[in-house]
Design a protein around this ligand. Structure first.
Ligand SMILES: [Zn+2]
Length: 351
């Protein structure tokens, strides 16, 4: 009998790169837009992922505009709770046992009564969703690098204040071609001194220099994307030696035109150099695929064997901030998946 491949949705893993609005189900976007009378452009309303190309400023602006429109349908605490609950359900279906969701609460503050209430609503939603689904969850508060560095410092202080209530990291997102990483060094130093993990975006739209800036100026312990480090072998060695994990999001890279096709995402180059990788979906709402699909892509487009997929999953868990018990359970589950053969293959009669 021919052996069927193991189901990547059953492979336990951690998800370390998922943005808040970007995690929304397309059907939820349509429903909420309808409820609030938000006109969705065709690119968002068709049910198909939009065609994007963000390698020039105009393309990135268009991506941000679509993201802003999608975010504008999240208006009440109930909307926030629904989004987080559905994201957690999707994670569970994809075999994720630990999710670190990234959010800039500034964007939700005006509708939710300010920065603090917005973050509290989000953290409360995360606790409920985690309880209901069994998926462990935590929050990375991310500053926006197109805003003033003082705003980032305010967010870093806020993030530290909520460290014991579900915030585990501090990030920096948006167009890395704008501004300098070092403008945000004070914010990251507040976050690090407060015990938070530093996980800025770098090495996506800009080259290896932006990854070096994240290491040198922000003392990053993880890099959002980081794929462009593949252009510099010395930098790859440095990431490997320091065990700085790159949160690689292959579908996002292809959707935004960072690479023309999945085969060109330098997943192999990073993996073979010993750089720890945590595969991520980034913004499934806009890129059309979730976490398990990234593992499937590694298998189909890069020839990762099941043993290598298991190793990718282990790397995602090790780079996470999951508590020891969650970590041990996930790592044991990964070994079981690999050892399990038929048990790791989903029954085709079940959804
Ligand atoms: Zn991202």
């Amino acid at each position: 009998m021919e052996e069927r491949p193991r189901d990547v949705r059953l492979l336990p893993k951690a998800h370390l790169h998922l943005h808040f609005t970007g995690s929304m189900r397309p059907a939820t976007l349509l429903e909420l837009a309808d409820r609030y009378g938000v006109h969705l452009p065709d690119a968002l309303g068709s049910g198909e992922p939009p065609k994007l190309r963000a390698t020039d400023e105009r393309g990135w602006f268009r991506f941000q505009r679509l993201y802003d429109i999608a975010r504008s349908v999240l208006r009440t605490p109930d909307d926030i709770r629904r989004l987080v609950s559905e994201a957690a359900q999707e994670e569970a279906a994809d075999g994720s046992g630990w999710l670190e969701i990234q959010v800039d609460p500034t964007s939700y503050a005006p509708r939710l009564g300010g920065l603090i209430p917005a973050l509290e609503v989000i953290l409360d939603a995360v606790r409920s969703a985690s309880r209901d689904t069994g998926v462990g969850m935590a929050v990375v508060v991310a500053a926006n690098r197109t805003r003033h560095p003082l705003d980032a410092r305010t967010l870093a202080r806020l993030a530290v204040r909520y460290r014991d209530q579900g915030v585990i990291g501090f990030g920096l997102s948006n167009d890395e071609r704008r501004g300098l990483a070092r403008d945000f060094d004070r914010a990251f130093s507040i976050a690090r001194r407060g015990g938070l993990l530093a996980a800025p975006h770098g090495g996506e739209l800009s080259g290896p220099g932006s990854v070096r800036d994240c290491l040198d100026d922000l003392h990053a312990t993880r890099i959002g994307h980081g794929v462009r480090a593949a252009e510099d072998p010395r930098l790859l060695r440095r990431l490997a030696e320091r065990e700085v994990t790159c949160e690689v999001c292959p579908s996002s890279n292809v959707a935004l035109g960072v690479y023309d096709k999945p085969e060109l995402v330098p997943l192999r180059a990073l993996y073979d150099a010993g750089v720890p990788i945590a595969l991520g979906a980034d913004d499934p709402l806009l890129f059309g695929s979730r976490l398990a699909a990234q593992y499937e892509l590694a298998r189909v487009s890069h020839g990762f064997t099941d043993a290598e997929l298991a190793e990718l999953a282990r790397q995602s868990v090790r780079a996470s901030t999951a508590p020891p018990q969650v970590r041990d359970t996930l790592l044991a589950g990964i070994d079981d998946w690999l050892a399990g053969g038929a048990a790791a293959v989903r029954d085709p009669r079940r959804p």
